[in-house]
Design a protein around this ligand. Structure first.
Ligand code: KG4
Ligand code: ZN
Length: 335
């Protein structure tokens, strides 16, 4: 079975073709980062319009790369949520239109399930069950993944997502958007012990997160040091240390509570080097998708869609997307 995947939930248009026998045949990504950088964050209406401009040429390019004609597709998978409604609608309309015109099934994919399954695209794929830490610009989730579609949410953020906290703090440091990678670079030259940041919610039982306080703490410290570049680097380092430490403590607790021995980390923040170093100390085997599939991409959508189509899950013939869509509302694959 050969499936076209379309991702358009936020500021990246991702397209891929995945074949059940031959694996990933082609993929491409168009990032709108430059478009939104001007405004310091994603502007939803601009995102939708840019998806409209880029999606069709990207589909053409990926089909060519995958040496696949439209009529050779057996199904179409598109991200139906959670995300920006206008942006989601672009991928959903295209996916639906292709499905109707080619008379093949279409399947609505949950964006976070895509992230969670991205590690399964690797040759050394984790077996179920596993713990998943999903850390992106829009989400922070700890999930017990029992099987495809069978997810228990163990913890989530009560305010900012972890990537959002990185981006907001980077903005305070004048580092542009998205600032996570730039903040991590600045932190390299800082001393972690110079400033002491709180570890939000680690003293309390439970697995939820809260990151907005760290951003406020960073603001207070930054105001005290003015524009001193050395001190700014120390503050960036202490901020990163606090985030990494908090994620580590919660993962360790979740592994202990569930008895799981495998951890999958996905989402853009999973690229953070210090986080990877720290999680390596856990009493668990840790899996990451390859860097290109840690962030938003079409491959994870094509793959998640393939698994659902193979199991006979077909979305009803209507274009519907969801801005909010709890991961634990999904159905397991087995009937
Ligand atoms: O998964 P993703 O590409 O998009 C969303 O679905 O949100 O994640 C993007 C987020 C941004 O907030 C970005 O600043 C953050 O991931 N990020 C990082 C690093 N690389 C990306 N945060 C910290 N350290 C990094 N190296
Ligand atoms: Zn994402």
């Amino acid at each position: 079975m050969r499936v076209l995947g379309i991702e358009s939930s936020c500021d990246e248009t991702g397209v891929a073709v995945y074949d059940s026998e031959r694996g990933l045949l082609g993929h491409a990504l168009y990032s709108q980062v430059e478009l939104h950088a001007l405004y310091g964050g994603v502007v939803p209406e601009l995102a939708s319009r840019d998806h409209i401009r880029k999606a069709v040429p990207l589909i053409d390019a990926v089909l060519e790369r995958a040496d696949t004609a439209l009529w050779e597709l057996d199904g179409v998978a598109y991200t139906a949520g959670p995300g920006l409604v206008g942006a989601l609608l672009v991928g959903a309309m295209l996916g639906r239109a292709l499905s109707w015109s080619l008379s093949v099934p279409a399947v609505a994919v949950h964006h976070m399930e895509g992230h969670l399954l991205a590690a399964l695209l690797e040759p050394e794929a984790p077996r179920f069950p596993f713990l998943a830490l999903l850390v992106s610009g829009g989400h922070t989730l700890l999930v017990e993944a029992r099987a495809v579609g069978d997810y228990v949410i163990l913890g989530e953020t009560l305010d900012d997502a972890v990537g959002e906290a990185f981006d907001k703090t980077a903005k305070l440091l004048g580092l542009g958007y998205p600032g996570g990678p730039a903040l991590a670079r600045l932190a390299e030259s800082g001393d972690p012990g110079r400033y002491r940041f709180p570890r939000p919610m680690v003293d309390r039982p439970g697995l939820d997160f809260s990151f907005s306080g760290l951003k406020t703490h960073a603001l207070q410290q930054l105001e005290k040091v003015g524009g001193d570049a050395r001190e700014q680097a120390h503050i960036a380092r202490a901020f990163e240390e606090a985030v990494v430490d908090t994620l580590y403590v919660k993962c360790r607790r979740a592994l202990q509570e569930t008895g799981l021995r495998r951890l999958v980390v996905a989402g853009g923040v999973g690229a953070n080097r210090r986080l990877r170093e720290r999680l390596a100390a856990l009493d668990a085997e840790v899996f990451y998708p390859q860097p290109a599939f840690c962030t938003d991409n079409g491959a994870m959508i094509a793959y998640a869609g393939l698994l659902r189509l193979q199991a006979g899950h077909v979305a009803p013939p209507q274009v519907s997307v969801r801005a909010r869509w709890p991961l634990d509302e999904l159905d397991p694959l087995a009937a």
